[in-house]
Design a protein around this ligand. Structure first.
Ligand code: HEM
Length: 228
């Protein structure tokens, strides 16, 4: 027990936990994207809703969902602790040190991009997760998507948040493999290929969704908003 606590308290222990939770969150993103791409079936949200209903009714998925929320909280909390400790120990008040600081921009800004993603997540859950699961009025996820994405400001916020998510993952994904000691000559080409999918293609695919709904589903949204 003591050794677990000591591991948790050490910086490297925290970094390993951040890497593992981060990789788990990326797996969730892949699953979430696959589900969301069903929105392109152009069948009035039929397949998308069926997939959602399957997930909600599955006890294993419901359990994983609890792990997912715990992973988000652990990842965010450890990031803040590590960032704060780092700030306290680094003499970056000195200009000379700053000039020498050649860590990539994506790495120095992960705490900022991470904070925006956290805010995005709170707004996102408030838009979709809370009303579909706990709302008094029964409304489907598809209807909510149509209504929310009819607002250009909401869409712009999503696109910006997803841009920052890409930037966050650009550093985070590589850094996780570094921390876990998996970045050697044999695996590097594979990791680099996966990294491109993770930091570029996944956020890009998510970002097409609000854009698509704004430009191509306006008529359906207008009908729906007339009803509600
Ligand atoms: C832009 C496209 C996206 C759409 C259309 C979308 C849609 C949805 C919907 C409808 C739900 C509610 C599902 C339900 O509980 O029935 C949901 C939940 C959720 N979304 Fe998204 N989402 C998008 C992007 C994202 C991104 C980029 C993230 C993470 C950074 C994210 C994280 C989550 C989480 C954590 C949940 C709650 C867990 C779950 O229900 O699976 N979503 N999303």
């Amino acid at each position: 027990m003591n050794s677990i606590l000591a591991f948790y308290n050490s910086s490297i222990g925290k970094k390993i936990m951040m890497s593992l939770t981060g990789l788990f969150l990326i797996i969730f993103l892949v699953e979430h994207l696959v589900g969301n791409l069903l929105l392109y079936a152009n069948d009035g949200g039929h397949m998308f809703e069926a997939y959602g209903a399957f997930l909600v009714s599955n006890p294993v998925i419901r359990t994983i969902e609890i792990v997912l929320f715990a992973a988000v909280l652990v990842h965010a909390l450890l990031a803040v602790i590590l960032w704060y400790r780092n700030r306290q120990t680094r003499p970056d008040k000195y200009e000379l040190y700053r000039l020498k600081d050649n860590t990539p921009l994506a790495s120095r800004t992960t705490i900022i991009t991470g904070s925006v993603i956290f805010i995005f997540l709170v707004i996102h859950l408030d838009s979709f997760f809370l009303p579909t699961r706990f709302g008094a009025e029964k409304v489907s996820s598809y209807e909510l998507i149509l209504m929310k994405f009819a607002n250009p400001w909401y869409d712009l916020f999503y696109v910006v948040a997803l841009l920052l998510l890409g930037y966050h993952l650009k550093h985070g994904f590589q850094s996780a493999f570094q921390t876990l000691g998996l970045r050697n000559r044999k695996y590097t080409p594979l990791i680099d290929g996966l990294a491109f999918i993770v930091w570029f293609l996944i956020p890009l695919a998510f970002a097409t969704i609000p854009v698509y709904f704004y430009f191509f589903q306006q008529a359906t949204s207008a009908v729906l908003m007339g009803v509600h």
